[in-house]
Design a protein around this ligand. Sequence first.
Ligand code: SF4
Ligand code: SF4
Length: 386
Amino acid sequence: MAASAGLVRSGRVRAKLHSLAGRAAVPVAVQLELTQRCNLRCCHCYLGGSVSSELPTRRWLELVAEIRELGCMQVSLTGGEIALRGDWLEIAERVRQLGMMLTVLTNGTLMAPEELDQLAKLCPSRVSVSIYGPCAAVHEAVTGVAGSFEKSVATVRHLTRRGIRVRAAIVLMRRSFAAYGATRDFALSLGCEPVFDFTVDPTALGGTDVLAHRLSTAQLNDFLLREIVPTRHSRPRAGDELAAHPRERVVGECGAGSSSAFVSAAGGLYPCVGFLPGFGSVATRPFKSAWHSEKATRHRRRMSRVLAACQSCEAADGCVSTCPRRSLVEMGDSALPTEWSCHIAKVLHDSSQMKDDVNGEYPPWVVAGQQGVSDEEGMAGSDDRE
Ligand code: SF4
Ligand code: SF4
């Protein structure tokens, strides 16, 4: 929930929005995982092969209304693959009817042309389609399904022809790294916005086998140093402002659980995807009740702790962001930065290229550094991902 990104040009406004919303515990961005079923078998999938039960249509529609009442401004529909549910368009329509922004995450292999036309009529802020390579061989080595590349590309073409903003969600992994430049060029040729996500996080159940797909240190360094990495632009709490105000940095600066939330397919309410423990089930009880529960209050208290390790960090000007969920899984404490985060910060800190680029033009691609919901269009924080 690599976030995400899309927030590059007005990141400061979005960060401010999340900061204010977080203080008032207003869930301005909510990600709804309509299903955990998927027709692809992506090697890095955060679901780790598990599939839970799903809420019925009626409850999703009620939840959409409930989060609107609480001040939600943006809803992301995600899976699994949402098109495996026959009601995804009905839920998307309700989001728009209630005046909220809509983003959709899909693998792009199952939506019929008529469905895509209906989606286009809803004017989504963005549709993210996973693209893992510039050709079937590279893409399908990740998805594990023959023919998936052609279908995803057809979906991207269909939507861009209708003027929909499409993001190519490109997860950089060890096995596909060599093709990342070609993947970016291919995505641009399709008329969509390539967004790199160089994180692979533990699965929703805490499984760490998927970490084998993370870029090697050499690949990561290569990527960071060769590309113009604009993450300091996209993450206004980091970079310049963090360096200026390091003591303001708190564990939950991404807003997970205070200004953004994730509802799992089975109805569990979480700060963000895979961020345990959650706030309880909203399958039958109102969203508001779980959102303002004692568990949620305790979470927000934990998230308001100052990041002690960051206070005197010399690499702070290169720091993309910490991720409390990742820290919890990998370090056992959401307040302890991971080696991964600090390594990236150090490379960026040491990079004269990045310093030279501070006032440069944005390249036609952006880099997402995290997974989650709060980095959605109009939001600040991290990244979306299939
Ligand atoms: S590099 Fe590590 S210690 Fe330094 S500010 Fe970033 S997360 Fe904190
Ligand atoms: S940075 Fe925050 S929103 Fe993003 S994945 Fe981590 S906990 Fe979730």
